[in-house]
Each structure stands twice: as structure tokens, then as C-alpha cells.
Design a protein around this ligand. Structure first.
Ligand SMILES: NC(=O)c1ccc[n+]([C@@H]2O[C@H](COP(=O)([O-])OP(=O)(O)OC[C@H]3O[C@@H](n4cnc5c(N)ncnc54)[C@H](O)[C@@H]3O)[C@@H](O)[C@H]2O)c1
Length: 337
């Protein structure tokens, strides 16, 4: 099978490429990534080590994508390419609309022309918006996005489902919850906490930290995407959850105990409080489809968080030397001034 992965130098996409190379040596994998601040060429194995892996650096919004689909006789597209950080979408929504909607449609038009067999769109649980305690979103739940990021992802989902109805475009939509694991850019909560503590800086807490998110380990998410890509039916949407739901303070406390010591408590010594982000959703929770049974993941959060922290301890300085740990976080204060 010839597969185009977009955004493969980012966090989840790079783990997906590594999984494909490991599990399916007879597949040809092509990666297209613009290498924005969030992409890192070190996330993927060197293409010269493989005769079935090629990578290109350009934008999914570029019409050159047509040649890639044609030249590599692409059959399946898995689209991870996106602007992904909510805080950044509040500062600069246009970038999100440009990549997550306009760029996506350029890719989709090219994929239609190339008559691909399957198009897997990686969406997000954030499209459902905030859910009251006791509720879980199934895939027919109302879309209620509240940030420019989640609204651009929801728009993409609606457009893609219209393409399925109108043109029979073979799309599958995957909505994962928060991923965590190695190689994640340290602006997201878990790697932000780990890397800042490793640098003897305080973790940043937005508001009171009561917001609940669901967390899946990145390799489990990639396993789910693999199953869905092979077994899902066109036009369907799939939630990828884990049942692991934690508020931000609980996450910080778990990271603190692992990185510093078991007795450490979240307080001023380790936490810098900043005002909450505007429109911060209070709770996400997913109900998963039969293709992805998440129940058995509930018990493994502690072990996988440990693996994640060990990876950052060992790798993050070499892996991403130019990351400015203060760069994206303190900008939050700018728009709240
Ligand atoms: N990380 C999560 O917790 C999470 C949860 C649910 C859904 N998602 C979705 O999964 C996908 C991947 O997320 P991630 O966390 O790996 O993202 P990421 O920010 O780590 O990586 C995104 C990648 O896309 C590339 N990219 C950005 N704009 C591009 C463009 N115009 N053309 C080509 N490449 C471009 C970047 O260079 C980067 O390598 C996204 O669509 C995101 O919405 C992520």
C-alpha cells in the first residue's frame, strides 16, 4: 500500500510513521510536512535508512501536493498536518483557518483528483466542546467548538462529511483525546510541566486548574488509527479515548512527584499561576466506538507517564535545543493584560 502521511514530523504523526515502518515493511510511506515550529525532522527515522520511506518539506496548501499523490501512486492519505495549540489560535486564528481548513481542502481536492481509496482525517475531541460531569460525547454528539483551533477542526470535519455525501469521497474521521508521550512540543501541558521542572522553572497553571481532559498514550492512539485506517467504513467518525480523565492540577501533581520527589506538593514553589485562558472548556470526555475499546487503558497512565518523563530526561536537550521554554507560555499573559 502507498500511504501519504502529512504532518509526520509532528508529535502523533511521527509515532504513526514509526509504527507503519515497524509493522508494515511492504508499505511505501511518503511524508509531507511544512516543518513549522512544531515539526522536527529528528522525530522521524532518517529516510536514507529505508527504501520505502520518503519525506518532503512543504505546505499541504501547496498545489505541488498533486504531483506527490500522482508520482507515488498514493492510495491512502492520513492527515495529521495542522496548527494545533489552542493558545496560539487565540493569538493568531488566521494561521489555523489557513492550514486546518484551506490547506486541508487543497489536500482533499488533490486526493479526489488522484482517486485515493481512503482519506483519514485526524480531528480532535475538542470539537464537542465542554461537557457536564456525567456526560460523554459519542460521535453523533452536537459539535460545539469554543476556540479558533477547535472551530477550524470542526469546520474541516463538516466539510469532509459533505464531501462524503456529495462526491462519495472515502473519508474517515478520527477524534482522539489529548495525547501524551515522547516527542511532544513542550507547549502542551504534560511536556511543559516536565521540561520546566527539569530546567528548575515553575510549571504554569492557567486559572485554578480544574479543567478535565482525557489522556491517551500516543502509541495507543496510533494503534487505534491503524485499526481504523484498515477496518473503518467510509463516512464514519471514530472517537479515540482512554477513560483516563484528569484535571490540570492532578496532571501537575503526578508529573511533580515523578520528576522531583514523591513528597513534593503543588504550591507556589513549583507552580506559577496565570489567569485562565479565555473560553477554556471545563471538561472533555469521550464515548468510544466498538472499533476502539479503551477500557483496558485506564490502568496504565502512571506507567506511561513514567516512560514519557524518562524520555524527556534523556532526550529533550539534544532533541530540541532551540525550544524556548518561556516563548509560548508567557504570551498568554499578553492577551490577558
Ligand atoms: N496532540 C494531541 O493531544 C491531539 C489530540 C487530538 C487531536 N490532535 C490532532 O492530531 C493531529 C496531530 O497533532 P500533533 O499534536 O501531532 O501536532 P503537532 O503540532 O505536534 O504537529 C503538527 C505537524 O504538522 C506540520 N504542519 C503544520 N502546518 C502544516 C502545513 N500547512 N503543511 C504541512 N505540514 C504542516 C507541523 O510542521 C508539524 O510537524 C492534529 O491534526 C491535531 O489537531 C492532536
Amino acid at each position: 500500500m502507498n500511504i501519504l502521511v502529512t504532518g509526520g514530523c509532528g508529535f502523533i504523526g511521527s509515532h504513526f510513521i514509526k509504527r507503519l515502518l515497524r509493522k508494515y515493511p511492504d508499505y511505501n510511506i511518503v511524508n509531507v510536512d511544512k516543518l513549522t515550529y512544531a515539526g522536527n525532522i529528528k522525530n522521524i527515522p532518517p529516510p536514507q535508512d529505508y527504501n520505502n520511506f520518503t519525506t518532503y518539506t512543504f505546505d499541504i496548501g501547496d498545489t505541488y501536493i498533486r504531483s506527490i499523490l500522482k508520482d507515488h501512486e498514493i492510495e491512502v492519505v492520513v492527515n495529521f498536518a495542522a496548527e494545533t495549540h489552542v493558545d496560539r489560535s487565540i493569538h493568531n486564528p488566521v494561521d489555523f483557518i489557513q492550514t486546518d481548513i484551506v490547506g486541508l481542502i487543497n489536500l482533499v481536492q488533490a486526493a479526489r483528483k488522484a482517486k485515493v481509496r481512503r482519506f483519514v482525517q485526524i480531528s480532535t475531541d475538542e470539537v464537542y466542546g465542554s461537557l457536564p460531569v456525567g456526560f460523554e460525547a459519542d460521535t453523533v454528539a452536537r459539535l460545539n467548538p469554543t476556540s479558533p483551533y477547535s472551530a477550524s477542526k470542526a469546520s474541516a470535519d463538516i466539510l469532509l462529511l459533505s464531501y462524503f455525501k456529495t462526491y462519495n469521497f472515502p473519508v474517515l474521521i478520527v477524534r482522539p483525546c489529548n495525547n501524551y508521550g515522547p516527542n511532544q512540543y513542550p507547549e502542551k501541558l504534560i511536556p511543559m510541566c516536565i521540561t520546566r521542572l527539569l530546567e528548575n522553572k515553575r510549571m504554569i497553571l492557567h486559572g485554578d486548574g480544574d479543567e478535565v481532559r482525557e489522556y491517551v498514550y500516543v502509541e495507543d492512539c496510533c494503534r487505534a488509527i491503524d485499526i481504523i485506517m484498515h477496518k473503518g467504513f467510509d463516512g464514519n467518525t471514530f472517537n479515540v479515548g482512554s477513560g483516563v480523565r484528569r484535571n490540570n492540577r492532578e496532571i501537575m501533581s503526578a508529573v511533580l512527584k515523578e520528576v522531583v520527589c514523591n513528597q513534593a506538593r503543588i504550591g507556589e514553589e513549583y507552580v506559577k499561576k496565570v489567569p485562565n485562558r479565555p473560553g477554556n472548556d471545563s471538561r472533555y470526555a469521550l464515548k468510544c466506538n466498538s472499533l476502539w475499546k479503551s477500557q483496558f487503558l485506564r490502568s496504565n497512565f502512571k506507567d506511561r507517564l513514567h516512560l514519557t518523563i524518562e524520555w524527556y530526561k534523556k532526550n529533550y536537550k539534544d532533541w530540541w535545543p532551540y525550544v524556548d521554554l518561556d516563548a509560548n507560555i508567557y504570551k498568554d499573559e499578553e492577551y490577558l493584560r
